[in-house]
Design a protein around this ligand. Structure first.
Ligand code: UT7
Length: 333
């Protein structure tokens, strides 16, 4: 079995930022409410010339540059997204924009757990030796699916993309030390972006469903309770199964949904706040993009260094959740 090396990151955020104050022109909310309940102060919204594909491609391109890889050396592009430009998949368009002509490219849908699930999935192709290099992208443009008149959801989400370049390496240098993934579809209604229920008559007596989706619907309190229960539990299981003491971790890298969730998970694990990576104040919840965007910023800022041990967890719609323990390597010297 091959090992997995975590080589480089990239990120792309739309330029347009909407502050809490600006948003309160649209819905009955306030900077004080949003900041104290979530830690968010602003979110980025894709402009007219931007979309899921352009953001994902820009993040991917940066990761390839940082890795020093020829795009043609890629075997796989896995795009975690729940808001593609094309329901048949946006990954092939990203592949074309990157000029990664040898790579197979496809989408993976698992909402806010998407990046973590995609990273674990891609790593299995590398482990078996079936593939050598993969680009894992987490990208979402939820601004197109949020009800901008619903203050209970619209203040939370933003658009963005992040990418991580991984490659197969010797088993003795393996950087993916363990993972866990879980789903509970019985709670799917807690957070959903559902197909519209309307139908059209085709010919007398036969109708078909109309395409299209309802805006995001969420039971915030249920999702909050689920996150603070399952995320510490899955991380604790992972640490136990890999024989890792929490104090051995350099960083806790969680899906950026709510600062109160980040703090509660860290507290349960007995980790100091200084080890909790957080950037959601600036971007809100960018769904599949939060983990790779945060990782990119932490690597760029020199916080995450080669050899650092990172425990990561994604969670959200599905309901779905998971965790992975990895050692950051950085580009091959
Ligand atoms: O990727 C996973 C995605 N989702 C999550 O992680 C969400 C997890 N849940 C949460 O983060 C929190 O539940 C929220 C931030 C969504 C909400 O915070 P909360 O402390 O659970 O608030 P709440 O839903 O209990 O609402 C409290 C009050 C309500 O008013 P009343 O009924 O007490 O009068 C809401 O109507 O706050 C009101 N409210 C707002 N007020 C001002 C809800 N949204 C807003 C708002 N501005 N934007």
């Amino acid at each position: 079995m091959q090992g997995i090396r975590f080589c480089a990151t990239g990120a792309a955020l739309p330029h347009t930022s909407i502050s809490n104050e600006a948003l309160s022109q649209r819905v009955d909310t306030s900077d004080e409410w949003i900041r104290s309940r979530t830690g968010i102060t602003a979110r980025r919204i894709a402009a007219e010339q931007e979309n899921l594909t352009t953001l994902a491609s820009a993040a991917g391109r940066l990761a390839l540059e940082r890795a020093g890889w020829d795009p043609k050396s890629l075997d796989l592009i896995l795009l975690a997204t729940s808001s593609p430009d094309d329901l048949f998949g946006s990954a092939p368009r990203v592949q074309a924009q990157l000029g990664a002509s040898s790579a197979v490219a496809f989408d993976l849908t698992a909402a806010c757990s998407g990046f973590l699930f995609a990273l674990i999935t891609a790593s299995q192709y590398l482990r078996t030796g079936a593939m050598g290099r993969a680009l894992v992208i987490g990208a979402d443009q939820l601004s197109r699916w949020v009800d901008w008149n619903d203050r209970s959801t619209c203040v939370l989400f933003g658009d963005g993309a992040g990418a991580v370049a991984i490659e197969a390496c010797g088993a003795d240098q393996d950087g993916l030390l363990g993972f866990r993934m879980a789903s509970d579809g019985r709670k799917a209604d807690c957070l959903s972006l559902r197909q519209v229920a309307s139908r059209q008559e085709l010919i007398p007596g036969i109708s078909s469903q109309l395409g299209g989706f309802e805006p995001i619907a969420m039971n915030g309190q249920e999702v909050y309770k689920f996150a603070v229960r399952e995320v510490p539990a899955v991380l604790q299981e992972l640490l136990k199964s890999t024989g890792t003491k929490p104090e051995a971790l350099d960083w806790l890298l969680l899906h950026q949904a709510n600062q109160r969730i980040l703090n509660a998970v860290a507290e349960r694990l007995g980790l100091p706040e200084a080890k909790v990576l957080s950037n959601l104040a600036h971007y809100g919840n960018t769904s599949a993009a939060t983990i790779p965007v945060m990782l990119h910023e932490a690597v760029q800022a020199g916080l995450v260094k080669p050899g650092h041990l990172i425990a990561s967890s994604g969670f959200g719609a599905g309901l779905s959740w998971g965790a992975a323990l990895w050692r950051w390597s950085g580009p091959t010297p």
